[in-house]
Design a protein around this ligand. Structure first.
Ligand code: GLN
Length: 250
């Protein structure tokens, strides 16, 4: 099956090798006999709801976010409709911030957001940097961990009742106080976890891929059979231990 990915602003939002997440999705799809077709959607490109099974957006410095924010906000309706129609969404750090309502810099300048995630972000003076470990339960009764690296000035405040991606075991997370990280709205996931995220968290790669494939096939998601993932599990264990040893300290 062909899985169509819309990669938002690959030329602006791509720090910490966030592009690597696409490479992982591509390999894991191919190992199951599927093909990932990736299309970059940047400035002045239209986003056609229904044309993509997965929308992906990476992280970026404040400067790059300021360059793309108004262009992205002008496409908010299309992003919201794409998600409503069942496309999967993965948004990392700066992209996660811009899919919320707004991102306000320390100087008070405010970047408009898409409003897909029920949160807003306000930059603080000190950056929250380091290894991070989360405990997640995206499928009821299935507790799993996510290990990554965070580097953000933004503090993201979820609305009351909003669903976080996970509980912080070690690290800062959304704003360094609530003990939660990221946000989930149906098939849309937002997180501060770089690394890139997916090479050391193969279960999440498969989880997102299964959603995108379901959208492409017009059916309900079905979990993939797991792959051996020895190297991935080792990378996860090393990152998780680093987070436990030193995550969440300025
Ligand atoms: N520029 C944003 C911040 O500092 C996001 C950073 C990032 O994508 N790593 O919070």
């Amino acid at each position: 099956m062909k899985i169509r990915v819309g990669h938002l602003y690959p030329d602006y939002l791509n720090i910490y090798a966030d592009r690597g997440n696409i490479a992982v999705l591509s390999r894991r799809a191919a190992w199951r006999g599927h093909e990932l077709e990736v299309r970059g959607l940047s400035m002045h490109d239209t986003i056609e709801p229904g044309a993509h099974d997965l929308l992906y957006v990476g992280g970026g410095q404040d400067r790059e976010q300021a360059l793309v924010a108004r262009d992205l906000a002008a496409k908010a309706e299309s992003v919201l409709e794409a998600a409503e129609r069942g496309a999967a969404v993965l948004a990392v750090c700066g992209g996660y911030q811009l899919l919320g309502r707004f991102y306000r810099f320390v100087n008070g300048e405010e970047l408009p957001g898409v409003g897909l995630f029920p949160h807003h972000t306000i930059a603080g003076e000190r950056r929250m940097i380091g290894d991070i470990l989360l405990e997640c339960e995206l499928d009821p009764g299935e507790r799993r961990t996510l290990a990554g690296f965070e580097n953000h000035a933004g503090r993201t405040y979820l609305d009351a009742g909003a669903e976080p991606l996970g509980r912080v075991v070690a690290g800062f997370g959304n704003e360094g106080a609530s003990g939660f990280e990221g946000c989930r709205v149906g098939r849309a996931i937002g997180t501060y976890l770089h690394g890139p995220l997916l090479p050391r968290n193969p279960w999440l790669a498969d989880w997102i891929l299964a959603l995108a494939l379901a959208h492409a096939a017009g059916r309900e998601p079905e979990p993939f059979d797991p792959l051996p993932d020895e190297l991935e599990s080792e990378a996860h264990a090393v990152a998780a231990q680093r987070a436990r040893d030193r995550g969440g300290r300025y």
